[in-house]
Design a protein around this ligand. Structure first.
Ligand code: PMP
Length: 306
């Protein structure tokens, strides 16, 4: 069981996690009508805790709410209030180690029917042990029998709880088949992402990743990797990606808050190159870790000290 810290932020204050309850009649429970993000709060090189790219997480949360039409949140919350809530959560729990914080905006109105506007919302935040969702020394992926829900059905750039049934189906299918995670394809058979991480290929010294119109979540770490790679002299092509490009790639890796940078060593029973984490992936992993820990002074503004 993953450790969840006792004090949680809910309904404007910190309370014990067992007292933070949503009604069984709320839209959050009935329709999965909540939007969320997960951000890391890590111990930096100087021993202080810092949230990574918190502003981008807050912006994406607001954008998710806007896309879905959850209009109660955006007027009530701003970045300063959000940062304060996160800081209170970390301090009250006396957290001294790496954690992930899940922040969700729930539509907690009871039985409003299938609509989103003008309804009451509640923000929750809880902190938990920062365990990776993928093996960090080589993960194995299987193409999912389930296709990624397209943008014209449930927009993937909105991080909305209900849409994650799609990810659960695909990840469970992969696990049932003995793999670590899935590769989601879109309705045309092009590569989107994993169940909860973005994907990159390395081919001929260049990075390739599905573009943002490829039915994927616009990951904050995806954007971070493109920036860090470019600074290291590696350009990224963002375009439509075929599944078979993964089979013949020099390297493949996944990235995300909870995936970190995870080398992919096998796809659909085919080894990626020699089946070992590659040099570019290892380099990107190190650059990402340095950014998270505050060793990269160029990007000190990515950290919000708590
Ligand atoms: N895709 C999906 C479907 C996800 O759930 C996540 C995790 N939030 C990601 C990609 C990676 O996004 P990020 O880098 O912002 O964590």
């Amino acid at each position: 069981m993953v450790k969840i810290y006792l004090k949680v932020y809910f309904g404007g204050r910190l309370i014990d996690k067992n007292s933070a309850n949503l009604s069984i009649a709320s839209s959050a429970v009935l329709y999965g009508l909540s939007v969320y993000t997960v951000f890391p709060v890590f111990v930096t090189e100087n021993g202080r805790l810092a949230a990574f790219r918190l502003k981008e997480h807050f912006n994406r949360l607001q954008e998710s709410a806007k896309i879905i039409g959850i209009d109660g949140f955006n007027g009530e919350w701003d970045f300063e209030k959000f940062t304060d809530a996160a800081a209170k959560l970390i301090k009250e729990n006396e957290i001294k180690e790496d954690v992930f914080v899940r922040a969700s905006v729930h539509v907690d109105e009871q039985l409003p029917g299938t609509r989103s506007r003008g309804l009451s919302t509640a923000l929750s935040m809880f902190a938990y042990e920062a365990l990776p969702i993928l093996p960090q020394n080589g993960a194995r992926l299987k193409t999912s029998v389930w296709r990624r829900v397209p943008d014209f059905s449930i927009p993937s750039r909105a991080k909305v709880n209900g849409a994650y049934v799609n990810s659960v189906l695909a990840k469970q299918d992969a696990i049932d088949s003995g793999y670590d995670d899935c590769i989601f394809l879109d309705t045309n058979g092009h590569v989107c992402e994993l169940s909860a991480a973005n994907i990159f290929i390395v081919k001929g010294g260049r990075l390739i990743t599905p573009d943002t119109a490829s039915d994927l979540l616009e990951g904050i770490n995806r954007r971070t990797v493109v920036t860090l790679a470019s600074e290291a002299g590696l350009e990224t092509e963002e375009r439509v990606v075929d599944l078979t490009e993964l089979y013949i790639a020099d390297e493949v890796f996944a990235c995300g808050t909870s995936a970190f940078i995870a080398p992919i060593i096998e796809v659909d029973a085919r080894k990626v190159a020699d089946g070992k984490p590659g040099l570019v992936t290892t380099k990107i992993k190190k650059l990402h870790e340095d950014a998270l820990r505050g060793s990269n002074k160029e990007h000190a503004n990515w950290l919000t000290f708590i």
